[in-house]
Design a binder for this molecule. Structure first.
Ligand code: FAS
Ligand code: PHB
Length: 391
């Protein structure tokens, strides 16, 4: 089959790119190795920058966010005995939204179906061909076991941190920089009303804890654990005890409830460059991974795709390749800014090293809570820095 853009991966990056290209009148075909049900069931990110919400709304997929999303003014930072609120709206004029990535994926998949554009799920053997030529292609085996080929003008690699696309950038051209952290997150979803109005990021001698949420009746929590942690070692009681200890504050109570999902999430920073080779463009986790402490992963994927969709529309629509030629450098400037912020939040809030390290972390937290300049730096990064070239 022939199309203008072949998109590999139906996560937020691939689905949002498909939606934006469709809005620009550019046909695409999307291939995904998992089933649509599996993709829709994945529980991942929970925070949208207000710019991400605006982009999703402008793309026609913002109705449910407006109905079910929860707008937050800021976050709470906590260390033993202290909990301080950072008000992003006061500091930067921008809020953030609680709206699960699972819901974003459902909204984008529904939009894809409405657009009636081709999407192949449960594919295998995906291979990219001739990305340096003017006629690149993607071959794969479809869900019925048939060999398929897509001849395209452009290939968008949106296949996440374990997909094949980045490996189509020849090794001599590709640079991958990585930092692995000496800890992981144990994430749980619980059917209980949040015990807080806004997210709590807590430093504690036992380890970091985060109180997030998904709705007025569903909470999401994360605990710092060892990278090789065995989920079987964490009973419900042990989880709630650790959360109560690490989030504990005089006069405040954590309300437990039924745990409906639990998983261990490794913590890594990865940046692959360039994000373009020939007619292959990388977007989202296919090019970069951030530790989730800064709530940047999903928002970075959305920002990459906002840039990429404009670059493709200019190229295929008007024959103007300037945005496409600048895409990798433009996207990587934001990737590195978000990579630094995610690293900074992660190293400030997670216990590692010795008491000297703890002293450095606590003074940094207190500085952020007491200095409007320091608080503004966190607020500007967390609520989202402007996307270069976008209004
Ligand atoms: P994705 O990984 O979401 O999507 C890539 C898609 O490509 C997947 O559907 C995959 O099945 C598909 N694919 C892979 N190989 C393929 C192949 N060979 N052929 C076809 N398709 C292929 N971020 C946060 O901000 N907060 C969080 O709490 C958070 N939690 C996370 C938990 C987990 C377990 C993971 C893995 C990530 C988490 N993230 C979190 C980061 C996450 O939200 C990503 O940033 C976001 O999913 C990026 O979206 P995509 O780039 O679309 O990549
Ligand atoms: C979440 O709700 O899943 C979440 C929120 C904030 C983060 C990471 C994850 O920094």
């Amino acid at each position: 089959m022939r199309t203008r853009v072949a998109i590999i991966g139906a996560g937020p990056a691939g689905l949002f790119l498909a939606q934006l290209l469709d809005a620009a009148g550019i046909e695409s075909v999307l291939v995904e190795r998992r089933s649509a049900e599996y993709v829709k069931s994945r529980i991942r990110a929970g925070i949208l920058e207000s710019a991400s919400v605006r982009l999703l709304r402008e793309a026609g997929v913002g109705d449910r966010i407006a109905r079910d999303g929860i707008e937050h003014r800021g976050i709470h930072l906590q260390w033993p005995g202290e909990r301080r609120h950072l008000d992003f709206v006061d500091l930067t004029g921008k809020s953030v939204w609680v709206y699960g990535q699972t819901e974003v994926t459902k909204d984008l998949m529904a939009a894809r179906e409405r657009a009636g554009q081709a999407a192949f799920y449960e594919v295998s053997d995906v291979e990219l061909h001739d990305v340096e030529s003017d006629s690149p292609a993607v071959t794969f085996t479809d869900a019925e076991g048939r060999a398929q080929r897509i001849d395209a003008e452009i290939i968008a690699g949106c296949d996440g941190s374990h997909g094949p696309s980045r490996h189509s950038v020849p090794r001599q051209h590709r640079r991958t920089l990585e930092r692995t952290y000496p800890f992981a997150w144990l994430g749980i979803r619980a059917d209980v009303a949040p015990s807080t109005d806004e997210l709590i990021y807590a430093w504690h001698p036992d380890g970091f804890a985060l109180h997030s949420m998904r709705s007025p009746t569903v909470s999401r929590f994360y605990l710092q654990v060892r990278p090789d942690e065995d989920l079987a070692d964490w009973s419900d009681d042990r989880i709630w005890d650790a959360l109560s200890t690490r989030l504990g504050l005089d006069g405040w109570t954590l309300h437990p409830g039924p745990i409906t999902e639990r998983s261990v999430l490794p913590m890594r920073s990865v940046v692959t460059s360039p994000m373009r080779h020939g007619r292959l463009f990388l977007a989202g986790d296919a090019a970069h991974t951030v530790p989730p402490t800064g709530a940047k992963g999903l928002n970075l994927a959305i920002a990459d795709v906002a840039l990429l969709s404009r670059a493709i529309a200019e190229w295929l629509g008007a024959g103007d390749t300037r945005l496409a030629d600048a895409y990798s450098d433009t996207a990587l400037r934001r990737v590195w800014r978000c990579t630094h912020f995610s690293w900074w939040m992660t190293t400030m809030l997670h216990r590692h090293g010795d008491e000297f390290d703890a002293g450095l972390q606590l003074t940094q937290l207190q500085r952020v809570a007491q200095s409007s300049a320091a608080a503004t730096e966190l607020a500007e990064n967390y609520s989202g820095i402007p996307i270069e070239g976008l209004p």
